[in-house]
Design a protein around this ligand. Structure first.
Ligand SMILES: C[S@@+](CC[C@H](N)C(=O)[O-])C[C@H]1O[C@@H](n2cnc3c(N)ncnc32)[C@H](O)[C@@H]1O
Length: 228
């Protein structure tokens, strides 16, 4: 799967190179999985975002994660490892080829049964979930984030955190739509609407971290339904 924005990061190149040169190494099997995914151009989270999560999880100590977009299971296995044996991850994936890779990796590495893979479209699966989570990580189809966020927030505890990856379209998100190629206008419009809506929402505290192609982060401050 090709993500053209992977090669147009929002983070300045010298800072990205510094972070990559000084990054925290991952333990096995995550290190091997990460290298295999990068060699195969599977769009897993960039290493500077891995390091952000390594830092943040050690500070905040969440014990449950809901993930949209499993791919080969790399970030799900990372979250499980960072939370320790008590941690639980529910991860949603719809692409048959990714489901096959994820099932194989989870069969091998999810030895403590911390991770549950649910297969199908996230928008269909989300209303069937009943648990609530400390953290949600949205890393699936960018054009759908705006449509899925209220369903995700319904599954996040008050005080919990939602991360949404790859929201900046290589920085082009701040250009007027007239300057955006036709085939990217839909994603551009939906991501702009997402950013405007999240920062305007009452009951959310949001910020945008310039790592990778932009990591939108928000806390759910109140127990209410959110509509966008
Ligand atoms: C960027 S990759 C996920 C990478 C993974 N989180 C990691 O860092 O290891 C995005 C994944 O989301 C999946 N996806 C996209 N739209 C989806 C949807 N509506 N429901 C479920 N999965 C979806 C794609 O098939 C793809 O495998």
């Amino acid at each position: 799967m090709h993500n053209e924005m992977l090669h147009h990061p929002a983070i300045p190149a010298p800072l990205r190179e510094f972070l990559r040169a000084h990054g925290q190494p991952l333990p096995e099997p995550l290190n091997t999985l990460e290298n295999q995914a990068r060699a195969a151009d599977v769009p897993i989270i960039p290493h500077e975002t891995v390091d952000f999560f390594q830092t943040w999880f050690r500070q905040v100590h969440p014990t449950s994660v809901l993930e949209l977009g499993t791919a080969i299971g790399f970030s799900a296995l990372l979250f499980a490892q960072l939370m320790g044996p008590a941690g639980r991850v529910t991860t949603l994936e719809r692409a048959p080829i990714m489901i096959g890779h994820a099932q194989a990796n989870l069969a091998q590495y999810n030895t403590a049964q911390q991770i549950t893979l649910r297969t199908g479209d996230a928008t269909t699966l989300l209303p069937t979930l009943t648990d609530t989570y400390d953290v949600a990580f949205m890393d699936s189809a960018k054009a759908q984030y705006i449509h899925q966020l209220s369903l995700v927030l319904a599954r996040v505890k008050v005080g919990g955190t939602v991360f949404i990856d790859d929201v900046l379209q290589g920085g082009t998100i701040f250009l007027p739509e007239t300057e955006i190629p036709h085939r990217l206008k839909g994603i551009h419009r939906n991501l702009r609407q997402l950013l405007e809506s999240v920062f305007a929402a009452k009951g959310l505290t949001a910020t945008l971290i310039p790592l990778g192609d932009g990591l939108l982060m928000m806390t759910k401050d109140v127990d209410q339904d959110f509509t966008f």
